[in-house]
Design a protein around this ligand. Sequence first.
Ligand SMILES: Cc1cc2nc3c(=O)[nH]c(=O)nc-3n(C[C@H](O)[C@H](O)[C@H](O)COP(=O)(O)OP(=O)(O)OC[C@H]3O[C@@H](n4cnc5c(N)ncnc54)[C@H](O)[C@@H]3O)c2cc1C
Length: 435
Amino acid sequence: MGATGTTPETGGPAHHLPPAPRKRRAPGDGTAGATRTDAMRETHVTTLILGAGAAGMMCAAHAGAGVLVIDHARSPGEKIRISGGGRCNFTNLHTAPGNFLSENPHFCKSALARYTPWDFLDLVGRHAIPWHEKTLGQLFCDRSAKDIIALLRAEMSGADLWLETTPEDVAHDGTGFRVRLDRAGQKVIVTARNLVLATGGKSIPKMGATGLAYQIAAQFGHRITETRPALVPLTFDEAQKSVFAALAGTAVDSRIACNGTAFDEAMLFTHRGLSGPAVLQISSYWREGDALSVRLCPGVDLFDHLRARRAEAGAKSVATILAEVLPKKLAQHLTGDWGVAGNMADQSDAALRALADRLEGWHLTPTSSEGYRTAEVTLGGVATDAISSRSMQSHLVPGLFIIGEALDVTGWLGGYNFQWAWSSGVAAGRAIVTG
Ligand SMILES: Cc1cc2nc3c(=O)[nH]c(=O)nc-3n(C[C@H](O)[C@H](O)[C@H](O)COP(=O)(O)OP(=O)(O)OC[C@H]3O[C@@H](n4cnc5c(N)ncnc54)[C@H](O)[C@@H]3O)c2cc1C
């Protein structure tokens, strides 16, 4: 089966890149470890890595000799470049298996334990890249995400990198892989003992995400779990949207809970719905029809606070007092919407209790999400039950490795997804070297 036929989920056509000029040569066209049997027509390598993203490049840095990395983009690591607002939140010091979603929550443990955030930080230090901790253990580059791309390119300098190259057909003959590539308009056959799928998930198709790894994995008998956009803003019906539009740009600390999981972070009102870290986080747990339970001012006992303020400032309006702990626009909206009028002195204990309860359990029901267009990651992917958690190698096809976001391992917001890319890439690279 051709690897660029139809996608298993949509049945629609997979991506087709516009043909690049025929004479253009991709950069990084070395021959380290590669044997060419017919100039530009058939090449043998030990390891062919599909995808020069975070996981693919990290794997290339650890996979020993004879590695070829291909990518259909013009530059490697495009998602790294735009990540973390251009500063790349490259790991999280508090990374633990509990920060990942997967059908098998134990799967990520081995790789994360054998290549930790401290290992990556050590690498960052060796490349003299300045960094800082922003919040909650999230580490960012001081200068630019390009520093991380440069680090990876330097680390994988022993490997060949072919850009503007697309896999067209993937086959396994019992001993090795045979992959037909379109390299800037030229057809090339690459044979390899090992094939690493590192083409990521489906988020942000504009940046070249294709879901190709799912298709190739399925071709070799791997199950693909349900995939859906995650770390994504949530959208609402028209009535709710117009309310949020009036609050657009307002951010507020909140605890958002859904399906037994809660996040304490900022929530942001937008013209289309809700965004901000707390909403992106909870989007991985939310399903159509579910309500979010939003607690405003987490950490404050609102009933006690309101009673204390009634005693101290009874002549002030409820909206004014709420604006001491909430953004003014939001305080005005909520008191208006909930019909809470008058001064603090007018409020009975029961009225203050009812108000506090509403502020601590504001129920909002999104209708949908912004989808893959803006999702930071894809939830789900290649099921881990037929993958070795130690090496990322397929139990079904020897020499087939699957790493990074393509697998059914999805991290929280905050540097966890890159740490998974590093850890799973290193696990596969080391396994390839040790055979
Ligand atoms: C806007 C944004 C910001 C983010 N910020 C952060 C952050 O700060 N911290 C964090 O931890 N995570 C962040 N993430 C998530 C993180 O980028 C991904 O989890 C991570 O890049 C996954 O690594 P990967 O190597 O598995 O896949 P990718 O990095 O997506 O790499 C896949 C590669 O495969 C190539 N490819 C895909 N299809 C094909 C094909 N058919 N043929 C050839 N090549 C193909 C792509 O061009 C790409 O280079 C962010 C994501 C987005 C979208």
